[in-house]
Design a protein around this ligand. Structure first.
Ligand SMILES: Cc1ncc(COP(=O)(O)O)c(C=O)c1O
Length: 453
């Protein structure tokens, strides 16, 4: 067996196109996909199929090397096939791949929970439970909050995305394509307006002063504080459009929860693990959630998710009340330990801040040139531009799609998001080289030049 060389070192960190995008081999695979894979799975934005990936590049089935501004939706923050992740995965997979933690436990699971306890916000005593994906973590966070409080109501927000299982769908705001015709959904979920500065009636400043009092008063009048088990919120909303609430909104919400014995759940599934320039996005304003749901960036691409929180809340659940066959799989735990080690050793939170410093001026420059960009927002390496008809707030998903396609054709993987599909988001791997990052931004600029006239 040849020795495995991890992705970043093995692959030239450059964009290199040898065919059109998608090339013939990817087109063949697309045709096979259509004949075998359920139609409901969202089609790949670039239409290319991966053969190899590492650092800031993805190599497709035709040998094209594309710049990655998506990280598999904020997952491979440490880069694909990151050396420490690969080494630990290989070592663990060679020893055992599954015993079920509840049957024959192993140290890796405990080590991941210890890391989560140390690294999530707050110095209080914590406990964690591990799961397989973000939606499962969200569901379990709500189960724990209901059990701990003996209350039922859960507060979620406009533009929220918390996953695709039934309770997670109920918490998610967007109908099409996530919820349409899948009802009925879980009950006792109440939706509040999100502090969305660009779209707040009355504008940005009104949002900063009005959003929190409005949410509190709606909870009071429509639900009753004493009926609320949990408030769940993404510190920066992900699929809903990278919506950043104004300063003070999250701390005020956390304070309100504390006053009323409500469990404050931070869904850090997309924002967590160094993505926004801190280990967790809540740290930016010193918010300490009662429970934190994590997944995505936690394990370098392997399936792992967690709920971490105050020991007294977590341990309020009776023995046997939480679990699952695969949760905290040993190979996924090994990957998480390799990921966390990489993030600490390479200061990937600092790298995320540096990515923001490089990207933001260029994105603002684009916004000055192209009035179709209504807003540049985000933090660290979680950035986005929202596109509207110039001078209005009317979403423009058509130009959003056209710019994205131009990026893809030129070899830059970008993703869109937003309730109205009018946001282009940027989630590069945190290990991406600065030359590649700047080249990606130049491709984006060219895409605007070629589509916006
Ligand atoms: C904030 C947030 N919560 C929950 C989820 C659901 O995670 P998963 O797809 O792993 O179930 C996502 C996925 O995009 C997310 O961004």
């Amino acid at each position: 067996m040849t020795e495995h060389v991890p992705g970043e070192a093995r692959l030239l960190q450059r964009r290199h196109l040898v065919t059109e995008i998608p090339g013939p081999r990817s087109r063949e695979l697309l045709a096979r996909r259509d004949g075998a894979v359920a139609r409901a799975l969202t089609p790949p934005p670039t239409s290319v199929f991966a053969m190899d990936a590492g650092g800031g590049v993805i190599v497709d089935a035709d040998g094209n090397s594309l710049i990655d501004f998506g990280s598999g939706v904020a997952v491979v923050s440490v880069g694909n096939a990151a050396p420490r992740v690969v080494a630990r995965v290989i070592e663990q997979a060679g020893r055992f791949t599954h015993t079920c933690f509840m049957i024959t436990p192993y140290e890796g699971y405990i080590a991941v929970c210890e890391e989560l306890g140390r690294r999530t916000p707050g110095g209080h005593e914590k406990r964690s439970a591990l799961f397989n994906c973000g939606a499962e973590a969200v569901e379990n966070a709500v189960k724990i909050a209901r059990h701990a409080t003996g209350r039922q109501a859960v507060i979620a927000f406009d533009h929220a995305f918390h996953g695709r299982t039934y309770l997670a769908m109920a918490l998610t705001a967007k109908n099409m394509p996530v919820k349409d015709r899948f009802g009925p959904f879980a009950g006792e979920v109440y939706r509040m307006p999100m502090a969305y500065p660009l779209r707040w009636p009355g504008g940005r400043e009104a949002c900063a002063t009005e959003a929190l009092p409005l949410v509190k008063s709606l909870i009071h009048s429509q639900v009753g504080e004493d009926n609320v088990a949990a408030v769940i919120i993404e510190p920066i909303q992900g699929e809903g459009g990278f919506v950043v609430p104004p300063d003070g909104f999250l701390p005020g919400l956390a304070e309100f929860c504390a006053e009323h014995g409500i469990v404050f759940i931070a869904d850090e599934i997309q924002t967590g693990f160094c993505r926004t320039g801190d280990w967790f996005a809540c740290e930016h304003e010193g918010v300490v959630p009662d429970l934190v749901a994590t997944a995505k960036g936690i394990a370098g691409g392997l399936q792992l998710a967690a709920v971490t929180g105050r020991a007294e809340i977590m341990d309020s659940v009776h023995v046997g009340g939480l679990g699952g066959t695969y949760g905290g799989n040993p190979v996924a735990c090994a990957a998480a330990l390799g990921t966390i080690e990489t993030m600490a050793a390479e200061d990937l939170a600092g790298r995320a801040r540096r990515i923001g410093e490089i990207m933001l001026p260029r994105l603002h420059g684009l916004a000055e040139k192209y009035p179709v960009i209504a807003e540049v927002r985000g933090r660290g390496a979680m950035l986005a531009i929202e596109l509207t008809r110039p001078g209005t707030l009317e979403p423009d998903p058509v130009i959003t799609e056209a710019v994205s396609r131009a990026c893809h054709r030129a070899g830059l993987v970008t993703l869109t998001c937003g309730t109205h599909r009018n946001v282009i988001r940027f989630l590069p791997p945190l290990v991406i080289g600065e030359d590649l990052l700047n080249e990606g931004l130049s491709i984006l600029e060219d895409a605007f030049a070629s589509t916006s006239g």
